[in-house]
Design a binder for this molecule. Structure first.
Ligand code: ZN
Length: 137
């Protein structure tokens, strides 16, 4: 039975909108919510400004996590885009995955991508796809 991640529909739409607004580099950010349902998106700057990699500057990451705490939210996921490849974790994504208990959302901008938004668990080098369940407000 696949694990699932629950997310509000508008968050999925927002991830797609942000990814499409920056088609030349990977976009990235944090996802948070309450009760296991992602309801808030914290866009971040891709410090690498790269089409094939992303990173968030430590200072910005610190500020985003502080805002999350101040708003009483739990960290539930992170997202980034793959402007010109399939939305499965890259070897680099797997190697650098730092959040074993959070969902990794990946957005593909390929026009032919059957599912433009997918989510994965990445733990100790092992990748498992998560079922994205749209939660109502
Ligand atoms: Zn990636």
């Amino acid at each position: 039975m696949p694990q699932e991640i629950r997310v509000r529909a508008e968050i999925v739409e927002e991830m797609l909108r942000i990814a499409r607004s920056e088609p030349r580099i990977e976009c990235c950010g944090l996802l948070a919510g309450v009760g296991g349902v992602i309801s808030k998106i914290f866009p971040a700057k891709n410090a690498l400004a790269s089409p094939t990699a992303y990173d968030v500057a430590p200072q910005e990451l610190f500020q985003l996590f502080r805002r999350m705490r101040e708003e009483g939210l739990e960290h539930l996921g992170i997202y980034h885009s793959h402007p010109s490849s399939e939305n499965v974790p890259s070897p680099r994504d797997i190697e650098l995955a730092a959040y074993p208990n959070e969902a990794y959302f990946i957005i593909s901008l390929l026009p032919a991508a059957p599912r433009p938004v997918r989510a994965f668990s990445i733990r100790d080098g092992h990748v498992q796809e998560l079922e994205i369940v749209i939660a109502n407000a």
